[in-house]
Design a binder for this molecule. Structure first.
Ligand code: SF4
Length: 373
């Protein structure tokens, strides 16, 4: 584990923290986009060690959290069909739809399989030619290439009973939507390293330029995050708004061109509704016309009506950086991982789950929005 330990070196972490305390002169609000980064920040106690002027807010970087209720209802509807196998990543099962979750549907007899790869779903389709097999394809730019590959594979193998329920979302349009919000308080972003591993950095330059915000592509280990925050604060203190790459060991300027090519082969950009946030133009991916026979929405003529959000869950405000999980009145009381009211408490990348699992209570979580902004 030598490689990882290098990115968790306490002495180096102390030096980054000292430097952060030295250079920070004013209040700054920085959003990390990715739920994996949120968990690392909270799990490693980094938020509590930052200078008091720095407020970290937690963005909409959890695919489970942002998948709309309507799409979950679509998945539940499909799962309840006879002779249909719905394949999904495990985290999606406990997320509430408008009435029930996929887990409830499974308890009622739906054939729902938990997979780690969409290619497994293609295999299931081959093994079950008498059934329809649908893969619930959620995620950001990180999972889209593998889901696209499953469609390409199905086409290549002439699999007739496979389709995907695409619910992909794209990060840069979401950043623009947050920055355009009149209530927005975000001064700078840590961009998600793994998304940029696929997509590269080019999409971020216009965002940084238009909204005058620094964007630092950042990894997931404690030292990555501390260095990413330091790079962001140094830009802010100097009045700069550049795109920088902290995660150069994994992210190249152009990203992964093969992965991008498979995405572009199968998907087209579309408008998408984000749970808790609402519709964001051109922020999703849908199966394109060329591969439309693999589009579950068309194949099963889905017309599920939009459903209202649960008003008790303030996840939208959390994902916009306006509130912290501990500021939700239901955090840890009516809403727990065992009995979640909202997706961010269900998901392994959700910010509410991070605070629930890794902080010992509200008193220990300094740096709430109310304190700092
Ligand atoms: S604590 Fe629960 S109800 Fe509150 S925002 Fe988080 S998921 Fe929603």
């Amino acid at each position: 584990m030598k490689y990882l330990s290098e990115y968790r070196n306490p002495e180096l972490a102390r030096r980054y923290l000292e430097e952060l305390h030295r250079v920070t002169t004013r209040p700054w609000t920085i959003m990390e986009i990715c739920g994996g980064q949120t968990h690392s920040l909270v799990r490693n106690g980094i938020i509590e060690l930052l200078p008091p002027q720095i407020t970290m807010v937690h963005g909409p970087g959890c695919p489970v959290c942002v998948t709309s209720i309507q799409v979950i209802d679509e998945a539940i509807y499909l799962a309840m069909q006879e002779n249909l196998i719905l394949c999904s990543f495990g985290d999606m099962l406990r997320v509430p739809g408008s009435t029930i979750s996929l887990l409830d549907a499974k308890a009622r007899g739906a054939d729902i399989r938990i997979l780690y790869s969409p290619l497994e779903a293609v295999q299931i389709a081959i093994q079950n030619p008498q059934k329809e097999v649908v893969f619930f394809a959620v995620g950001f730019e990180t999972t889209a290439p593998a889901n696209a590959l499953s469609v390409i594979q199905a086409e290549k193998m002439q699999v007739q009973n496979y389709s995907i329920l695409a619910s992909h979302v794209l990060v840069p349009p979401a950043m623009e939507a947050l920055l355009s919000d009149a209530e927005n308080k975000i001064d700078g972003f840590l961009a998600a390293g793994h998304v940029c591993t696929i997509m590269g950095m080019d999409e971020y330059y216009p965002v940084a330029e238009k909204y005058k915000v620094p964007i630092v592509v950042t990894g997931f280990e404690p030292l990555d995050l501390l260095q990413g925050i330091l790079m962001t604060v140094m830009q802010l203190e100097r009045g700069e708004y550049k795109v920088e790459n902290q995660y150069a060991r994994a992210v190249q300027q152009a990203g992964n061109t093969m992965a991008k090519a498979s995405m572009e082969e199968v998907f087209a950009v579309t408008d998408r509704v984000w749970r808790g946030i609402g519709p964001i133009p051109q922020s999703g991916l849908e199966v394109n016309n060329r591969y439309k026979k693999y589009n579950a929405r068309l194949r099963f003529r889905l017309h599920i009506p939009p459903a209202a959000e649960n008003k008790d869950c303030i996840s939208g405000d959390i994902m916009k950086g306006l509130k912290k999980p501990v500021q939700c009145p239901n955090f840890g009381s009516r809403c727990t991982p065992e009995h979640p009211l909202g997706a961010p408490m269900v998901s392994s990348e959700g910010s509410c789950a991070a605070y629930y699992h890794y902080t010992s209570g509200i008193a220990n979580v300094k740096n709430t929005i109310a304190d700092e902004v």
